[in-house]
Design a protein around this ligand. Structure first.
Ligand code: SF4
Length: 471
């Protein structure tokens, strides 16, 4: 019997580490002792393990991930007994090995020999061990995954597209079909108990020729439109709504009327449609309207920014959603769109180790400005036009102006408007001549207010910049 330690670095994440959960089942089937922990544990570090598996996620978690790997480096006979897999490991193999000589596992566990066992190609299809992410069974666990009450499954792997900002084509290069959701759900239910919701991690479900069959399967396992989950509490039955979430979003370009009809037959909430590029404006609008016509009420929308886009088209994409919400209300549809702006971070190259990348049409201050707006809106852009106008501005000109305000003027907009500070700031800026305004703007967009005195001698500019130092 071998002693196996499974580690996920302690970043905040929504989904449990499915790869580690599958490796757990695999080793338990061999009769090994398996322990899972999230983060760095001094107690576990003291022990000697036959193997340690460490999962990785986004490349911008570089520091935390490398620190975690190094933390356990003396808990094995040789660092090659530490197996590091997942997204960052696949994308940054040589960079990790420059730091520490561990074994890197690239891509999926669907090929022989990746873990040095004869039958390790079967791991990708194994039932993930859900007990290790449940604190009822794993007393070491201090983290609660927000998706704990969902069956997590997928019907396809890979994607037919090759979007430059996405890691899927590298990690799952081959698009495959025909993985039975019903079988996965049954196995989870039989081994770990029933779950309320169904979370599907397909990268591009609409690319599957078997989409109608997938919908039939989803309905057959109790996730048809209006489906209820029965909870037994104190001898009473409580009927709760249950939902299906294609969490990676739906590809609007592949969405036909027929596919929308099929989607509307299941308990989908939310329907996620990405709006990453303004060039898909008309296609996006058409498909979102189609969803509303089919009675899909909750629409959620990832809005990528800081990639090839401009701040202006980012604003336009958000505004389109607000206007669609207004149109739905006018027409008496119950549908609402919620937008989730997502800042692009490169998946390779010199900027991938942190979130400091600045897109070609963006600058430090604009990015920080968006972050401050989103702090005030909790990361979401809701359906109300009035709130949108207040947070992002009533037009693109006002949006760009908001982005250049001092941070606390953005976050606490109302108090600065009410106490007259905002008016004073505008009046002072307006009193500057053109040259002063240009040089002020240059300093604001650089977003470095630590040593403003070394940047200018102009008293009026300095007075304004002092407001930017207040956190
Ligand atoms: S369609 Fe989605 S999953 Fe496929 S490559 Fe593009 S972003 Fe990635």
């Amino acid at each position: 019997m071998k002693n196996i330690l499974l580690i996920e670095p302690d970043y905040k994440n929504k989904y449990p580490p499915l790869g580690l959960m599958k490796i757990c089942t695999y080793h338990k089937q061999k009769g090994d002792n398996v322990v899972f922990y999230k983060g760095c544990s001094a107690e576990l570090k003291k022990q000697l393990w036959d193997r340690i598996y460490i999962s990785t996620l986004f490349t911008f978690y570089w520091d935390k991930t490398i620190k975690t790997i190094k933390f356990y480096s003396e808990s094995v006979k040789h660092t090659s007994n530490i197996f590091v897999g997942g997204v960052m490991a696949t994308l940054m193999k040589s960079k990790i090995q420059d730091e520490i000589n561990v074994t890197i596992v690239e891509g999926l566990l669907n090929e022989k020999g990746k873990l040095g066992y004869k039958d390790d190609d079967k791991i990708d299809c194994i039932l993930p061990d859900h007990s290790i992410i449940d604190s009822k069974f794993n007393h070491l666990l201090e983290y609660s995954y927000p998706t704990n009450d969902s069956y997590i499954a997928y019907a396809t792997r890979g994607c037919i597209r090759k979007c430059k900002f996405c890691a899927v084509p590298i990690i799952e290069p081959i698009f495959t079909n025909s993985i039975s959701i019903a079988k996965q759900v049954k196995a989870i239910k039989d081994n770990f108990g029933g779950k309320r919701h169904l979370l599907l991690l397909d990268n591009n479900i609409l690319a599957s020729e078997e989409f109608p069959k997938i919908i039939d399967e989803i309905k057959s396992i109790g996730f048809e439109r209006g489906a209820k989950y029965i909870l037994n509490t104190n001898g009473k039955k409580v009927y709760l709504n249950r939902y299906v979430d294609f969490n990676q979003g739906i590809d609007a370009r592949l969405l036909t009327k027929e596919k929308m009809r099929l989607l509307s037959e299941i308990a989908i909430k939310p329907l996620r449609i990405a709006f990453d590029d303004i060039k898909y404006k008309y296609i996006y609008i058409e498909k979102v309207k189609l969803a509303a016509e089919h009675g899909i009420k909750t629409l959620s929308n990832y809005v990528l920014f800081n990639f090839k886009d401009t701040p202006e088209d980012f604003y336009e994409r958000l505004k389109i959603n607000v206007e669609l919400n207004e149109e739905f209300e006018r027409k008496g549809y119950k549908s609402k769109i919620w937008s989730f702006p997502m800042k692009y971070s490169p998946i390779g190259g010199e900027f991938c180790k942190n979130r400091k990348y600045i897109g070609e049409h963006w600058n430090k201050k604009y990015l920080r400005g968006v972050q401050c707006i989103l702090l005030a809106t909790h990361g979401v852009v809701g359906p109300q036009k009035q709130f949108f106008g207040k947070a992002f501005g009533k037009d693109v000109k006002e949006f760009l102006k908001i982005l250049t305000l001092p941070e606390n003027f953005i976050i606490y907009r109302n108090s600065h408007l009410n106490n007259g500070d905002r008016n004073k700031l505008d009046a002072t800026v307006n009193s500057l001549n053109k040259e002063q305004k240009n040089s002020l703007m240059k300093m604001i967009l650089a977003n470095d207010f630590n040593n403003i005195e070394t940047q200018t001698n102009d008293k009026y500019i300095l007075d304004i910049l002092k407001l930017y130092k207040v956190k």
